[in-house]
Design a protein around this ligand. Structure first.
Ligand SMILES: Nc1nc2c(ncn2[C@@H]2O[C@H](COP(=O)(O)OP(=O)(O)OP(=O)(O)O)[C@@H](O)[C@H]2O)c(=O)[nH]1
Length: 942
């Protein structure tokens, strides 16, 4: 190297296989001052020094080079075999003639340009191959002699050493620098080279980013890394570009989707499936390109027009005078963009495939078809294939909608019809300027006996009465307290999580902050944890009140420690939860607690707009003999005024009167004000949202619509789980636990039954006994079953008549048994999906015993009054005393006056005697029932 021309830094770095910085450092250690720029000159003296230091690395570099050459020759073989099918010669005959140096692989040369439809790996592989494509094109334009000359000039030299014909124009820039330097002395070329090299350096940085580049490219990457070009990574800006274009695509997509919805009718004829729709869309966007890519039929997609167009484009680019390097860079960017686009497209298609339908339950077949973009007949056919005959206007239940939607690759998200109606009429968002701070609404929660009630009582007694003569005189579900700073806080006055969860289960949320009460002398208990979980699920802030601080053994630190284990980290422990140590007995720390509540409220920026139509929530309602329906309502936003028409749930009303907790009449109630409200048409339910629409007509319309929906739902929906549909709902994944309430005659039976039933738990369904009790099945059992979606099993007991009616109304499955193992078998069969209630029992009539006549030789005759249905002579009869079955047998005689009759209708008296049973007492009830055999239906078995 001693007498040779100076080399460039990056070349030397590449030769020695080390970073340019290392070279610079080494040289500086040896007294040479060289800037770390790729084109810095390395003199022969410097080179000698470097050789001494990095000789070994040079060896490695050469090995590396050999491996690269090997790879390239292998790749060329593959290329030439692969591209036989795609020849572009036909299109470029005149060019080929001029292009001797590269005509060995013309198809490779042009295919990437003309057919950007190959698989990404292919694309990557051709990263190098495409280079020459510009060369031939260059040559084609005779005018571009200058550019064309370069490869031609080099060819003879390279032809000797290079086996590959593709020979990468890169070589003319990459290795050429090296080779030329040995032979070519032309200074002006050097300058050109410098430019090229700079571009190239950038280009190579690009390659570093380009993950799909092939091995050869990765070698270049290595080179680029070696050349220490990391400082120039400004090229990553390209990514920004790509993102931008993707966003645009998304927007376009959204618009398109909307448009599609509008034009659904026209298009739906062809679009059988959303998938089809998706691919249509993709075609719209990327016509033959993508389609071709998918099918891999590349040559078929290349038409002459395309070729010409591409050629023109290429020539334009060349004429515009970009260097080869910058063109390559552009090309790479282009490819990268294409890949990004493709990715975005795939994502979109996936999105489309997993599209979620937002529907209300019980939409009609034609509505569903509209949403699915298909014809109603398609939905009808689908239903038929699922074994259901439906008509176009038939409303479908949730599971059918899901099944049909699934057929069209849609997921279904059921939305509350009421919400939809509400959304339609919901007034627009409040202008931030109109918002004013409002009082926080607080619920007190905590474990049993930790002092919730005491705390609420203390606050009510000490903080409410101030200034309000008489204090709280009536229950309105909530009350407002004034803190020392004069700021108000509204407390919901029912402690415990029942009220909170009941509201939440109805989708309503009245609470902003939960005060979590924990006794300082106790510890974090199950209900504490439950309360934490509920509050978290509702997204409600927690302020901790460590109560009973007056007690000996109070250990607040222990509580704080335990709380942190459950994700509530108080401020002293570095968390965000406010906490106060209080005593509901002495009042210690209560002011501090309220202050902390206010701090939390401030942090939450609780605001409302008092100058708008009111919105609120029904806390509870009851029927008052004098006033009609009275409901406690918490105004959440806007101002409710006397005379306002409103709708609460499905109930219409007009504010007749409002009273606050002090029994004072109010004309207006602003945000966070609890009021007792009269003027309802009917009884709303706790948790119902109350809104004041713009006029009475709208309010009535909404109420009517909602009533209709509720009617439909109550008519059609099997609201609660029954043993009959257990296996079907298990299969649909709707049920994973079977909640059971057991009522039995004696405690012993309860234990035996619950033990046996619990053992039936399977992997799919666990059996939970949520409540047990002895005695008749009461209304509260049915309510519990309704709230927890449970079935009721009665063993030797019967429901009271109110419970029976309620169970019917609420579709609660009550199963009555006289033999424990019958109950166990039935539940077992239901779990196994084998349940076939072939023998069904139906209550036919009830009669109450009013008098008892004991007649010797005949036995006891009961003078009865038929209260429900009819009592038939031929039906079996049960004797029920205090809700418990005491005998099950047959009627001996049924008489009206002295005549034997077959049956007696309700409202009539009759005399009944029972075979072998004389222990009849006044007040007993007779249940006349029929046993019917039902053929097992196929759908039951599913
Ligand atoms: N020493 C002391 N006792 C308290 C304090 N707060 C409540 N207690 C007592 O703890 C017991 C339970 O208090 P409650 O207010 O009924 O507790 P709770 O959490 O409402 O209980 P449930 O309504 O059963 O859930 C009562 O005997 C209260 O007198 C307190 O700060 N100090």
């Amino acid at each position: 190297m001693t007498d040779q021309k100076p080399k460039k830094l990056f070349k030397v770095a590449s030769e020695f296989n080390v970073a340019t910085q290392s070279i610079v450092d080494t040289l500086s250690d040896n007294g040479f001052d060289v800037a770390n720029r790729p084109n810095s000159k390395i003199t022969s003296e410097m080179y000698d020094v470097l050789e001494g230091v990095y000789g070994d690395d040079k060896e490695k570099s050469m090995e590396h080079e050999r491996a690269r050459e090997e790879y390239e020759s292998r790749r060329n073989q593959i290329m030439s075999s692969r591209n036989e099918s795609v020849t572009i010669d036909t299109f470029l005959e005149p060019i080929d003639e001029d292009l001797e140096p590269v005509d060995e692989e013309p198809e490779d040369v042009l295919s990437p340009e003309l057919e950007p439809i190959e698989e990404p790996e292919e694309e990557a592989e051709k990263a190098e191959v495409e280079e020459p494509e510009e060369a031939p094109e260059t040559k084609k334009t005779a005018a571009e002699e200058e550019v064309a000359e370069t490869p031609q000039k080099e060819e003879p030299e390279e032809a000797v050493s290079e086996k590959e014909t593709e020979t990468e124009v890169e070589d003319t820039e990459d290795e050429d620098a090296e080779e030329h330097e040995a032979g070519d002395e032309a200074e002006e070329l050097d300058e050109e080279e410098e430019e090229d090299e700079e571009d190239e350096a950038e280009d190579e940085e690009d390659e570093v980013e380009d993950e799909t580049e092939d091995e050869v490219d990765s070698e270049e990457d290595e080179e680029s890394i070696i050349r220490g070009r990391a400082g120039k990574l400004s090229g990553t800006k390209v990514l920004g570009k790509v993102e931008f274009s993707r966003e645009n695509r998304k927007k376009r997509k959204t618009r398109k989707r909307k448009k599609d919805r509008v034009e659904a009718d026209d298009e739906s004829a062809g679009a059988k499936k959303p998938k089809a729709k998706a691919s249509d869309k993709s075609k719209d966007k990327k016509p033959s390109k993508k389609a071709g890519k998918k099918k891999g039929k590349r040559s078929s997609r290349v038409d002459e027009e395309d070729v010409e167009k591409k050629m023109r484009e290429t020539m334009q680019k060349m004429q515009s005078g970009g260097t080869v390097g910058s063109k390559r860079q552009k090309r790479r960017r282009q490819r990268k963009e294409e890949r990004e686009e493709e990715l975005a497209m795939q994502q979109e298609m996936e999105e489309l495939e997993n599209e979620v339908l937002e529907v209300t339950e019980f939409i009609t077949v034609s509505d569903l078809a509209d949403l699915l973009d298909v014809k109603p007949t398609d939905v009808i056919t689908t239903c038929m294939s699922l074994g259901m005959m439906v008509s176009i206007n038939q409303r479908l239940d949730a599971s059918t909608i899901e099944l049909v939607a699934e057929e069209y690759n849609y997921e279904v998200n059921f939305v509350d019809a009421e919400e939809i109606i509400e959304d339609e009429i919901e007034m627009e968002e409040d202008d931030p300027e109109d918002l004013e701070p409002r009082a926080p609404i607080i619920t007190v929660m905590g474990h049993v006996d930790h002092g919730k009630t005491s705390l609420l009582d203390y606050i009510r007694k000490t903080k409410v009465a101030a200034g309000e003569a008489g204090g709280i005189t009536q229950h309105v579900g909530a009350y407002e307290v004034k803190t020392e700073s004069g700021k108000p806080i509204t407390f919901l006055d029912t402690p415990g999580h029942e009220a909170f969860t009941a509201m939440r289960s109805r989708g309503a949320q009245a609470t902003d902050i939960v005060i979590l009460v924990i006794a300082a002398d106790d510890s974090v208990m199950p209900q504490t944890i439950e309360a934490i979980n509920h509050a978290k699920a509702a997204g409600v802030s927690i302020v901790v009140a460590i109560n009973k601080m007056d007690k000996e053994g109070a250990n607040p630190d222990k509580i704080k420690q335990q709380l942190s284990e459950h994700g509530v980290i108080v401020e002293e422990y570095g968390g965000e939860a406010q906490s106060a140590e209080v005593s509901a007995h002495t009042g210690q720390g209560i002011d501090e607690l309220l202050d902390k509540v206010l701090i939390e409220a401030e942090l939450m920026e609780l605001q409302a707009n008092p100058n708008r139509l009111a919105q609120g929530i029904v806390l509870e309602s009851r029927v008052d003999k004098g006033k009609g329906t009275v409901a406690n309502v918490l105004v959440q936003n806007g101002t409710l005024e006397v005379g306002d028409p409103f709708v609460a749930g499905s109930v219409f009303g007009r504010v007749r009167a409002m009273e606050n907790e002090h029994g004072q009449r109010l004309k207006k109630a602003g945000p966070s004000t609890p009021v007792q409200l009269t003027g309802f048409d009917n009884s709303p339910q706790a948790g119902d949202r109350l809104i004041v629409p713009k006029d009475e007509k709208t309010a009535k319309d909404i109420a009517n619509q909602r009533q209709q929906i509720r009617r439909e739902q109550s008519l059609r929906r099997v609201k609660h789980l029954t043993l009959d549909d257990l296996s079907r709902r298990m299969a649909l994944g709707e049920v994973s636990e079977l909640n059971i309430i057991i009522k039995a005659d004696v405690d012993g039976s309860i234990e035996a039954l619950s033990g046996a039933l619990q053992k039936l738990s399977t992997e799919e369904v666990s059996v939970n006994i949520i409540h047990t009790g002895s005695g008749a099945i009461t209304e509260s059992d049915v309510l519990l079953a309704s709230a927890s979606d449970a079935i009721i099993i009665g063993f030797q007991v019967r429901p009271t008549s109110n419970a029976r009616k309620l169970a019917e109304a609420e579709s609660i499955d009550i199963r009555l048994f006289s033999v424990i193992y019958d109950a166990v078998d039935e539940v077992h069969d239901a779990l196994e999906g084998l349940l076939s209630p072939e023998i069904k029992e139906e209550m036919k009539g009830m009669a109450t015993v009013r008098e008892v006549f004991k007649i010797s030789k005949v036995g006891t005759i009961a003078g009865c009054y038929v209260t429900e249905g009819k009592v038939s002579r031929n039906n079996p009869i049960r004797v029920i005393r205090d809700g418990v079955v005491i005998y099950d047998g047959e009627i001996d005689s049924l008489k009206r006056f002295k005549e034997d009759v077959k049956e007696v209708q309700s409202g009539y008296e009759c005399g009944i005697s029972i075979v072998n049973f004389n222990d009849i007492k006044v007040g007993d009830e007779f249940e006349s029932y029929a046993v019917t055999e039902e053929k097992r239906k196929l759908e039951d078995a599913r």
